[in-house]
Design a protein around this ligand. Structure first.
Ligand code: NAD
Length: 376
C-alpha cells in the first residue's frame, strides 16, 4: 500500500530572540543588496542593519524604492540595481512589501544570470520588521500586476529564504493599527492553513501554536508596543504560521484579499481581517471544514458539543478580537467608495477565482459564491 501524502521541509535557518540581528555580521556576507522601504530608510531604522555590516567591513548597496503591494515595475528596477553590483546576498529588511520585492528581484536576477553561471542565485536573508506575513519562511511572493489591477502570488523554491532573523527589537516601533492589521494576517494564515485541503499533522502543530499566541498576545502588543514578551511571541507566531502555510497554501480569504488589495490598495491584513468571519461562516457549511474550525475553537477552550456551534463560536471570537483591536468590520469603514466597490464585485470575484489560494480552500466556491461574499 502507498499512502504518500506529502513532504515537509523548512530549509530556512531561523535566528530568533531580542538582539538576534547581531548574527548578520557572522553569516559571511561579502557584497549585499539591501531591499527596504523608504520609511525604514528615512526613519534611520535601516542603521540597525548597516551598522552590523559596517562592523564586519561588508560592502552593500541600499535599494529603497519599495512600495506597498509591490509592483512589477519596482521589481524590474530592483533587478537593474542588482545587475550593477552583482550581489552574492540579498537582504530584505522590512514588512511583507520589502520582503516580497526582494524575492521578486532575486527570482528574476537569478533567471537572467542562470545561463552564465548556475550558482548565480544570491543567498536571501530576511529580516522582518512587521509580525505578519511569514514571508521570511515561505516560497511565496505576492507581486501586483498594475495593468490587471491584481496581486499575483508567485511560488517557486528559489524564493525560499536561506536565513530569517526574528529580532523583535525591530517591531517595537510599529504603530497600533499596523500591529493590528499584521497580527490579524498571522491569524488568517494560521486558520487557513489549518482548514486547507493540504493540512497535515505537521502543519497543524504550527498553526495551532500560532493561533494560541495570537489570541493571547496580539491584544497585549496592540495595547503596549513596548511589551517585549508580547512582541517576541507575535514575531514567533508570524513565522510559525508562515511555516504552516508554505506547505498548505491558503484559501479564499487570501484570494479575496489579494483581489481587493490589487484594486483598492487597502492594507493586506486589514482586508483579511474584514473577510475572516464571513469566510469562516461560508466554509462551515461544508461539514469537514466545520469540524476543523470546531477543533480550533476547542483548542481555545470553548466547549461546544456541536461542530456547527463551535465553528460559529470561533467566528464570534475572531469578531471580538477585532473589536478589541478597533479594526473595521466592513469595507465601507476602510474608505473604499461604495459605488466603485459594488461596480467591481464581478471582476473581484473573477480575480479571486483564478488565485492559486482558491484551490486549497476547504469548500469549493463558485464565482457566484464569491460575489455574494463580497456583497456581504
Ligand atoms: P508592509 O510591508 O506594506 O508595511 C506596512 C507599513 O508599515 C509600511 O508603511 C512600512 O513602512 C511600515 N513599517 C514596517 N515596519 C515598521 C516598523 N518596524 N515600524 C514602523 N513602521 C513599519 O506591510 P505587511 O503587512 O508586512 O506586508 C504586506 C505585504 O505582504 C502585502 O503585499 C501582502 O500581499 C504580502 N504578503 C506576502 C506573503 C508571502 O508569503 N510572501 C504573505 C502574506 C502577505
Amino acid at each position: 500500500m502507498v499512502n504518500w501524502r506529502g513532504s515537509f521541509c523548512v530549509p530556512t535557518r531561523i535566528h530568533y530572540g531580542l538582539g538576534s540581528l547581531e548574527v548578520l555580521a557572522q553569516i559571511g556576507i561579502k557584497n549585499a543588496l539591501i531591499v527596504s522601504d523608504p520609511f525604514l530608510v528615512k526613519s534611520g531604522m535601516i542603521k540597525n542593519v548597516t551598522e552590523q555590516l559596517d562592523k564586519a567591513n561588508i560592502s552593500y548597496t541600499i535599494f529603497s524604492d519599495v512600495v506597498p503591494d509591490p509592483t512589477v515595475a519596482v521589481v524590474v528596477s530592483g533587478v537593474a540595481a542588482a545587475q550593477k553590483i552583482l550581489p552574492e546576498t540579498i537582504i530584505a529588511f522590512g514588512g511583507g512589501s520589502a520582503i516580497d520585492t526582494a524575492k521578486g528581484i532575486l527570482y528574476f536576477y537569478a533567471c537572467i544570470n542562470e545561463e552564465k553561471n548556475e550558482e548565480s542565485k544570491p543567498r536571501l536573508i530576511v529580516i522582518p520588521t512587521t509580525s505578519g506575513t511569514g514571508s521570511e519562511v515561505t516560497d511565496f511572493a505576492v507581486i501586483t500586476d498594475e495593468k490587471a489591477k491584481a496581486k499575483i502570488p508567485l511560488r517557486d523554491k528559489k524564493l525560499m529564504p536561506n536565513h530569517a532573523i526574528l529580532d523583535a527589537n525591530l517591531v517595537r516601533s510599529l504603530p497600533p493599527t499596523v500591529t493590528a492589521d499584521t497580527g490579524i494576517d498571522v491569524l488568517t494564515h494560521a486558520i487557513e492553513a489549518y482548514v486547507s485541503t493540504l493540512a497535515s499533522d505537521f502543519t497543524d502543530a504550527l498553526a495551532e501554536k500560532a493561533i494560541r499566541i495570537v489570541f493571547d498576545y496580539l491584544p497585549k502588543s496592540y495595547q503596549n508596543g513596548n511589551d517585549d514578551e508580547a512582541r517576541v511571541r507575535m514575531h514567533d507566531a508570524s513565522t510559525l504560521a508562515g511555516m504552516a502555510f508554505t506547505h498548505t497554501s491558503l484559501g479564499i480569504n487570501h484570494s479575496m484579499a489579494h483581489a481587493l488589495g490589487g484594486r483598492f490598495h487597502i492594507p493586506h491584513g486589514r482586508a483579511n481581517g474584514i473577510l475572516l468571519p464571513y469566510v469562516i461562516d461560508y466554509n462551515s457549511k461544508e461539514e469537514k471544514a466545520a469540524v476543523r474550525y470546531a477543533e480550533i475553537s476547542r483548542l481555545l477552550g470553548l466547549n461546544y458539543m456541536s461542530d456547527i456551534y463551535a465553528a460559529k463560536e470561533l467566528r464570534n471570537m475572531v469578531i471580538k478580537l477585532k473589536e478589541n483591536l478597533e479594526m473595521p468590520s466592513c469595507f465601507k469603514e476602510t474608505g473604499i467608495p461604495e459605488a466603485d466597490f459594488l461596480a467591481s464585485i464581478e471582476a473581484l470575484a473573477a480575480t479571486a477565482m483564478r488565485d492559486s489560494c482558491t484551490q486549497t480552500n476547504p469548500r469549493v466556491p463558485t464565482q457566484e459564491d464569491l460575489e455574494k461574499l463580497f456583497k456581504k
